[in-house]
Design a protein around this ligand. Structure first.
Ligand SMILES: [Cu+2]
Length: 148
């Protein structure tokens, strides 16, 4: 009888021990869960400045209808500055036919390697695409001089 009691107690304490261990492992795992879910954030979600306006938002200048989505608009301009870290470029651009008048503004790029061959002061040819999440440069290169 004593033996059964002793082994019962042993079993019980073993169960308790493993339950405790489970609780500890839960405590370790739980704080990690929000981190993994954070990684599902959209790229660029944490970038707060600048906020390149989308051409679709706000009042549109006269003569510029809502842009066609996901269609590249060819454009030319001069590079003002490049923020490679955050992935945007400021351009003093000429009128972009069907999209916007001439102005100085920032653009996000779809790929930072687009910055590889340009620097501030360069005259550039580029292409802008309107998407649901904003407008992006999809092409960017130094302008060929022959056309001017
Ligand atoms: Cu503009």
């Amino acid at each position: 009888m004593e033996n059964i009691l002793t082994s019962l107690t042993t079993v019980l304490s073993n169960v308790l021990e493993s339950a405790k261990r489970n609780v500890y492992s839960l405590l370790i795992i739980l704080p990690l869960l929000p981190i993994t879910s954070c990684q599902k954030q959209k790229p660029g979600a944490q970038i707060t400045r600048p906020t390149p306006a989308t051409a679709t938002s706000g009042p549109r200048p006269p003569g510029f209808p809502p842009p066609v989505m996901n269609q590249p608009y060819p454009a030319t301009g001069v590079v003002v500055l490049i923020n490679r870290k955050e992935g945007w470029i400021e351009i003093n651009h000429e009128e972009i036919k069907g999209l916007m008048p001439a102005m100085q503004m920032e653009f996000w790029v779809t790929d930072k390697s687009l910055f590889d061959n340009v620097k501030a002061g360069d005259r550039i040819d580029f292409a802008v695409v309107e998407t649901e999440t904003g407008e992006y440069l999809t092409e960017l290169k130094r302008a060929s001089n022959k056309s001017r």
